[in-house]
Design a protein around this ligand. Structure first.
Ligand code: GEK
Length: 241
């Protein structure tokens, strides 16, 4: 796995984009930047095991290099799930296809290059949106989630993981500090952390637990809960009746 040193370089782009340079180091970047990354995938596998039936379609929207789908496919072997990963970064999709060729299992896996906010989706049993809604423009988040609700079959599940903010400023500050400590413990320097934070300004726009839950409820979901939280990261489960 290539180590992420992008923000060691003072010439690193001031606006974050998911280009080939990022795709190359992405697996290392995510593991060192998202607390409990693999634990959350493990929990998603357990949730899908409970709520998804054999032979169904599962979308991973903003699938990046395919880590989640490949892990889910391994965990759910025998369920004949049809996994479809979509990402609008061609470099991410290229990497995902390569990884899938090396790790091909029995489930069907497809990766598509497209914008998840506009691409046509087929009726499905589950949609996963891990750390991706935060990159969708706030203005279109409600209509996007409403469309996902409509795409899900009855009994379908939407799983969302996000970086979150808190309305209480003291708690918000403390949790951001804890997150920066986490990144330091993962080997990032204070300069790298500060440069990446500046590059993500106005690109990664986190909402609070309350705001995300309201979006999901307004989209039509009657059952909405968080199933995981690590300071300023949370995962949500939304069920369609
Ligand atoms: C994981 N889920 O490994 N359409 C399609 N893809 C998009 C869009 C869009 N409109 N906007 C952003 N992306 C993955 C990690 S990363 C999270 C997801 C992060 C894609 C973007 O290209 C990138 O691959 C992904 O969403 C976000 O669990 O980098 O913090």
């Amino acid at each position: 796995m290539t180590k992420d040193t992008i923000y060691k370089n003072p010439q690193a782009p001031s606006d974050f984009t998911f280009n080939s340079r990022v795709a190359e180091v992405f697996d290392d970047m995510l593991q060192r930047s998202v607390p409990c990354y693999h634990q959350v995938i493990d929990m998603v596998a357990t949730l899908l095991g409970r709520f998804t039936v054999k032979g169904e379609k599962v979308y991973d929207l903003g699938c990046s290099t395919g880590t989640t789908i490949l892990e889910l496919s391994r965990r759910m072997a025998g369920r004949e799930i049809e996994f479809i990963g979509i990402d609008n970064s061609p470099a991410m999709i290229d990497k995902a296809i390569l990884k899938a060729e090396m790790l091909a299992g029995k489930n069907s896996i497809r990766f598509l290059n497209g914008d998840i906010s506009t691409v046509e989706l087929e009726p499905c049993a589950a949609c996963i949106l891990n750390y991706t809604l935060q990159f969708i423009r706030p203005m279109v988040r409600q209509s996007f989630l409403t469309r996902l609700y409509e795409t899900l079959k009855p009994g379908g599940v939407l799983i969302i993981s996000e970086k979150i903010i808190f309305h209480d400023l003291q708690i918000n500050r403390a949790f951001i500090d804890f997150y920066h400590e986490f990144k330091k413990n993962q080997g990032y320097t204070e300069t790298e952390i500060a440069r990446k934070r500046a590059a993500l300004e106005n690109i990664l726009i986190p909402f609070s637990i309350r705001e995300n839950s309201e979006l999901l409820q307004n989209a039509g979901f009657n059952h909405v809960e968080t199933f995981f939280q690590w300071y300023n990261f949370a995962s949500f489960l939304a069920l369609k009746d």
